[in-house]
Design a protein around this ligand. Structure first.
Ligand code: ADE
Length: 270
């Protein structure tokens, strides 16, 4: 998958994404991350990309033209990459327009579901705003999706873009070492992940739940599922509404009080 990040701070995003799992995936050719510096497309002597908003108001706005030129440069890269690939007889994507995400607190809130959907794209352009935002006209022309990473305001779109690239990339086949390690984790089926334990068996007097040492696969699976459900009920009850529980599970969790839950956990640890 190829990411193209339109930003005033290319070093920030490239350094942030160049390490660990994402950096290794780039080196292995599973991902590419290009950062286009919007300032390189400024059309004045001082290379400024911002100006005062018409009608007054606080702060400065990013101007339409440098953003548009940076977008065109990204499109050029995408086109030439696609042409090379179609010459090599891969999936025909030459004519398809890539999605262009504008990171903004006004956007739709990013979620695991959205990440799963976007991980199927071949190319993704991410536009990072700064100052008080970007001239509306260029947004109208190029943006396909408005995405926020949460109901708070950051100084720019770079950190949100990095959050998106990281979340989407780990869903691209081959990026995680073990293909199953993106399974069973938090937000799968809208449930939070169950608690996990490693060696030693007893730490600070706390024992690993007995069932996990039993070797009984079916019981372990059942325990994990129940822990996920209980944890979701306790920490994110809003998610529980929309997750797919069996009738028995729903009856069980509805009848399960916090006291019962503690009791249940204790039993698991005996
Ligand atoms: N830019 C500033 N704040 C943001 C947020 N919460 N999400 C996405 N982009 C942003």
């Amino acid at each position: 998958m190829n990411f193209y990040i339109l930003t005033l701070f290319p070093d920030m995003v490239l350094e942030g994404l160049g390490t660990s799992i994402i950096g290794r995936a780039v080196n292995r050719g599973l991902l590419s991350i290009d950062a286009m510096n919007i300032r390189d497309y400024a059309f004045n002597r001082h290379q400024s990309v911002d100006d005062y908003p018409y009608g007054g108001g606080a702060g400065m706005l990013m101007q339409a033209e440098p953003v548009y030129l940076a977008y065109e440069a990204a499109m050029q890269k995408i086109q030439s990459r696609r042409q090379e690939e179609s010459a090599a007889d891969t999936v025909e994507t030459v004519g398809q327009k890539p999605r262009v995400v504008y990171l903004s607190p006004q956007g739709k809130v990013f979620s695991q579901k959205m990440a799963e959907e976007l991980s199927k794209e071949k190319d993704l352009i991410l536009l990072c705003g700064h100052y008080e935002g970007i001239d509306e006209r260029v947004l109208e022309e190029i943006v396909t999706d408005y995405v926020s990473i949460g109901d708070y305001v950051l100084t720019g779109g770079e950190l949100p873009a990095m959050v998106m690239v990281d979340t989407i990339s780990r869903l691209v086949p081959g990026v995680l070492h073990n293909d199953t390690s993106a399974e069973g984790e938090s937000f799968q089926d809208n449930l939070l992940e169950y608690p996990q334990y490693s060696r030693p068996e007893t730490w600070h007097g706390k024992k690993v739940p007995q069932v996990l040492l039993s070797g009984h696969h079916a019981n372990i699976q059942k325990w994990k599922r129940q822990q996920s459900i209980l944890r979701t009920k306790q920490w994110r009850p809003d998610l529980l509404e929309s997750c797919e529980l069996t009738r028995e599970e729903r009856i069980w969790v509805e009848g399960c009080s916090t006291e019962q839950k503690i009791e249940y956990e204790k039993r698991g640890k005996e």
